[in-house]
Design a protein around this ligand. Structure first.
Ligand code: URA
Ligand code: SF4
Length: 188
């Protein structure tokens, strides 16, 4: 977790002008992340969509409204947590981020962000975020299960965007979310 950045603000300003991968070419705004710099729990999605790219804010479109509902269901709001993504710039046409884009962006920015926040729990949303920390797992099997790696606790969940269009995934995500408060209680 070595980082030369002294704060999340420093990282955010570097992200906004970053040209380390090809995703810089199509972006309107990079989306560094936002929330409580001392959050106990960090949520990590895949990458900005169209709304996020336009506003520079993570999860501010349709899947973000659902994420807000999910947070509300466990008595949390955005100011309590930190929300960011594996890649900070929108992949064109919402294509999957490429392996090298994920690797370079996450190593350069996400890992230092997490080193500064030091969350008790990392919740990954969807398979891209899960695979960065927990390679080789299948989201269909791993969702809602707690993993410990090198002293860090992870909870992989389905991505809210998928859950929006699939009723059974949605129900599962709502159910899995209820693990978060119990887990945080144990980790305190
Ligand atoms: N989907 C994501 O993975 N991240 C966002 O910020 C918005 C939608
Ligand atoms: Fe830089 Fe990440 Fe944006 Fe690529 S996606 S240009 S590495 S901030």
């Amino acid at each position: 977790m070595a980082s030369s950045a002294s704060s999340l603000e420093d990282l955010a300003s570097r992200i906004k002008t970053c040209t380390h991968c090809g995703l810089c070419e199509g972006r309107t705004n990079a989306v560094p992340g936002e929330g409580n710099p001392r959050a106990e729990v960090v949520f990590i999605g895949e990458g900005p969509g169209a709304t996020e790219d336009a506003q520079g804010v993570p999860f501010c479109g349709a899947s973000g409204r659902f994420l807000d509902e999910l947070l509300g269901s466990i008595n949390l709001n955005r100011a309590d947590v930190y929300i960011t993504n594996i890649v900070k710039c929108r992949p064109p046409g919402n294509r999957d981020p490429l392996p090298e884009e994920k690797a370079i962006c996450a190593q350069t920015y996400l890992v230092p962000q997490l080193g500064l926040i030091k969350p008790k729990l990392i919740v990954t949303l969807g398979r891209h975020a899960m695979h960065f920390f927990l390679p080789n797992l299948k989201i269909s099997e791993a969702h809602g299960r707690v993993f410990r790696r090198d002293g860090q606790v992870y909870l992989p969940l389905f991505h809210p965007a998928v859950a929006l269009y699939n009723g059974s995934t949605r129900g599962q995500l709502v159910e899995d979310f209820q693990i978060i408060p119990r887990l945080l209680e144990q980790l305190r």
